[in-house]
Design a protein around this ligand. Structure first.
Ligand SMILES: [Mn+2]
Length: 330
């Protein structure tokens, strides 16, 4: 760890210990890592006797409600907090409209696009999940990993790495996971609940969306429409993990999912293999993310957004190919 990170880690440790009423936030449309990181930090600080607030303005997916502490999650912050912690959140706007102007004390994240918006910023883009950062540092900061905290952290790592299969998984990530299992996390149970099990309506939603699957060269895409959602009876606003299915198609470098929301907003999600950095494309559209997985929200009709995004993604792929190099780095 660099000297800067070491100093930052010590500052974070003392901020965490001197707080009495920490407020813990993450990003809008929370994924498994967001929920898991907030719960792990929340449970750790609670065990230390602090009055903790864990806030997600839109609530969390039913999928993660099996995690201990999820019943304490609230939609709004109550006054009285004395420390603001943002986890897995690349910038303040991603915290949601309610919190975008908050002064954040601690920012712990692994997004390469993080703009260091807090007083103390521990941003480690080489880590595959924010939960992996917490799994490393919570014990160093003096907060023991209980079985419930271990379950949360392993869920965060599992979901962000799609079951340890993203290219940023290292031997160290597996050692961290092994430690979590030794601390009481149940790998089989968490894997089933967070990655394998799907509702019937989610499976139907996949069917409707996959019936429109298309590809051009090494680019594949499809969409989820509002109509699909209605027909499938799918209540969630997310993509039912369809991106994980798209990213499994062979001989494809980049897959794109267009998810139609209300009010002419299209959520676009890019996934890539190790040769293309899709966070660069997402940033062109005001979004962000990681080299292998990025997203943006674009206003327009599904058709308009699809045409525009596919054109730019395709030309980026061609450019990437003609450069003959891999700017994904490692
Ligand atoms: Mn994450």
């Amino acid at each position: 760890m660099s000297r800067d990170n070491q100093t930052c880690s010590q500052e974070i440790r003392s901020l965490l210990h001197s707080a009495n009423q920490p407020l813990i936030l993450s990003h809008i449309r929370p994924d498994g890592d967001a929920v898991a990181s907030v719960l792990a930090m929340g449970l750790a600080l609670q065990a230390d006797g602090k009055k903790v607030q864990m806030v997600f303005p839109e609530g969390i997916s039913a999928k993660f409600k099996f995690l201990t502490g999820s019943d304490q999650i609230r939609a709004q912050a109550e006054p009285g907090y004395d420390l603001v912690i943002a986890l897995d959140c690349a910038d303040k706007n991603r915290m949601g409209a309610d919190f975008a102007d908050f002064n954040v004390d601690i920012n712990i994240d692994h997004h390469i696009t993080n703009d260091n918006f807090a007083r103390q910023n521990m941003v480690l883009p080489e880590e595959p999940a924010t939960a992996a950062i917490l799994a490393q540092f919570l014990p160093q900061w003096g907060f023991p990993i209980t079985p419930n905290i271990a379950d949360a952290l392993l869920t965060g790592i599992l979901t962000d790495t799609i079951g340890f299969r993203t290219s940023n998984v290292s031997a160290n990530s597996l050692r961290l996971a092994a430690n979590l299992i030794e601390n009481g996390a149940n790998l089989t149970d968490l894997y089933e609940k967070s990655l394998v099990s799907q509702t019937y309506s989610a499976s139907q939603l996949w069917g409707f969306a996959l019936s429109r699957l298309e590809k051009k060269g090494r680019l594949a895409w499809t969409s989820i429409t509002l109509e699909d959602r209605k027909k499938a009876g799918y209540a969630g606003r997310d993509d039912a993990d369809l991106t994980n299915i798209l990213s499994a198609i062979e001989n494809i470098d980049v897959s794109v999912l267009f998810n139609e929301k209300d009010n002419s907003i299209i959520k676009v999600s890019w996934r890539s293999n190790a040769t293309v950095n899709v966070s660069v494309i997402a940033q062109c559209f005001g979004g962000g993310g990681h080299p292998p997985a990025a997203g943006a929200e674009i206003t327009g009709s599904l058709q308009e957004v699809q045409n525009m995004v596919l054109e730019i993604t395709d030309s980026y792929l061609k450019q990437n190919k003609s450069k003959g190099e891999n700017d994904y780095g490692k």
